[in-house]
Design a protein around this ligand. Sequence first.
Ligand code: SF4
Length: 717
Amino acid sequence: MGIETQKTFCRFCHANCAMIVDVEVTGDGTRKVVEVRGDPDDPAYGGYTCLKGRELPDSHNAEHRLKHSLVRNEAGEFVETPMDDALAHVADELRRIINEHGPHSVAVFMGSGGFQNSAAMAASLSFAQGIGSRNFYTSVTLDQPAKVYTTMRYGRWMGGPNTFSESDVAMFIGNNPVVSHYAPVGGVPPFSPSRRIRDRQAQGMKLIVADPRESDVARLADLYLPVKPGEDPALLAGMLNVIITEEIYDRNFVAAHVDGFDELARAVATMTPEVAAERAGLEPDQIIAAARMFAGGTKGCAVTGTGPEMAGNGTLTEYLVTCLNTVCARFKQEGEKAAIPGVFTPQQGPRRAQVAPPVPMFGAEGMPKSRFRGLGHLGWEMPCNVLADEILTPGEGQVRAFISVGGNPVVGFPDQQKMVRALDDLDLFVQIDPWMSASAKRADVVLAPSQCLEREDITNLSEWWHEEPYARYVEAVATPPGDVIDEWEMFWTLAKHLGTPMNLAGGPLPMDRKPTKEEFLDLSVAGCLVPPSQVRRDCAANAGAAVVYSDKHPLVDPADKGEFHRFDLACGDMPAAILRYADNPPLKAGYDFKLISRRSKTRFNSIGHPLKKLQEKTTTNPAYIHPDDIAALGLVEGGIVEISSPHATIHGVVKASDKVRRGLVSMAHAYGDADASKEDVRTRGSSTNRLTSDTVDIDPITGQALQSAIPVKLVAA
Ligand code: SF4
């Protein structure tokens, strides 16, 4: 009996901040989380946490947390059901559906919650592949598919990009890591991001921030560009115009490693600073200054958040960012330490000072195709954009069963009303969720998972931000309540019932006996720098703290001349897309405002809504509007505004902010519910995705729906 203190890490979001946890141990051996705090001795995090992570005790101990699974009875009511029985029921239903409709009739979706479990991604993907379904989805294609596509399509440098800690210039486009704790590789690591930025600035780094809203990170910028929403391509093409015209790019690197430069130069020639500034809502001098500041550095990357991809022209935007980094040669060179060592990341191949061989991406021959919009697999997953149609449309491969792993499709997918119709149309909807979320309420079966401090995990999700070979394997520190299990165990049990295999990177999982999580993790990341089982032993020997495998940090080797590839900046539809963009300014008559998406300090996508202390901070996602627009529209602070797109109408609580450009309304996404309305907008918030469509204004390559920079009109409600 008493309090035990152990080291662990947070899994509320992907940042995996190092924590110390106090656990109350009772007479019967039950272990209950009572407090968490940052671990000041951790070499990467230095004690950093955020207010969401500090609510882990509430998340684990909340009265209304699901401690048992729920299965609907014939009357449509949820009945508490033992986990074994619930899984047997799901397996029976899946078998019936597969027999009747084939393997593609089962879809699996990994949402934000599922990603926080180090085994759930491999488990859900191998389950879907084991039953032979092409319908595997993740939240990556909801908000940033073009990053994956662009990296593979135009060339990937095997040594990796410059890292933030060596940068003398950095550019963040629609990325607010101070709140989102997210940046692509090359951007600021999400642990203590403000301090890291200020430290680098104190050492001379220049920071450029482009964002329609003067975000938290914009206030730290040396050059802030309040670009119009959805017009990042104009800013980026304008900067490339200046960089190429003034010949301040890296000519040696381009000559040695880049094809398609002339085509790029011709396309951006149309985007003079004057033309680009007019389109982007900036001054020509601002574009010239940004170009000179970025190209004037020697190391440092331009990176985007999720907003620019969600704001239309996502692939074009990411392509132009790739061009900017490529012509300025923002890559690790021979003899330097590779950018991201990635202790748990398997099959990274050699780290060389050269471009990697191209990888087949969307549309490549032989890759699985959707029945809709000409879209197909990105890597191993189908774009979320097509899921509702795959469910609703009869025919070969129609989805009839859907398993959502910690996702919340009701508030997270584009075209909310259509997605809700699709979920309600399913023969079987299984939601893995510790709460009765907006999606869980509509499910046929809700499987109750253990929470992070009740399970073992490794830091595989966060390691693309670690510039050193940092790794952790943590033990379960709290007792799971009721009848909850780890997500990977659910998939293993379902596969066993169905008699289907689960193949991981290191080979098949044993199905005649349940493997341990350590065995699962070892197989799932086989081929990595240090196997999880070894990291587990090393962490145990280090009193549970992280281990940094400095001696295993790969160096960038010389190029292999026998297998030489080059960036190709002119392949596919680019750079002609720049010219089409330049010729087609967006027009939506009658919709004079744009709704832009923002991150919430108190929620991680749709995660955190049920937690008491986070609710005390806010229960709604306010509609931030410039004070002059509030006055001009006759709105009042704290009143309700009706927000209509060409597709639907939602409501928001008006909040004045002079950090938002005029003509905009800025709201956090993933709030509300399918039936959220004016009456309850203060207590539940609003689903901005209701305003969007999965068929109009979508990215033609990735299917990304327009989920920011949405044309809207505002009236007092
Ligand atoms: S940033 Fe993410 S991982 Fe870190 S404490 Fe906050 S929620 Fe947890």
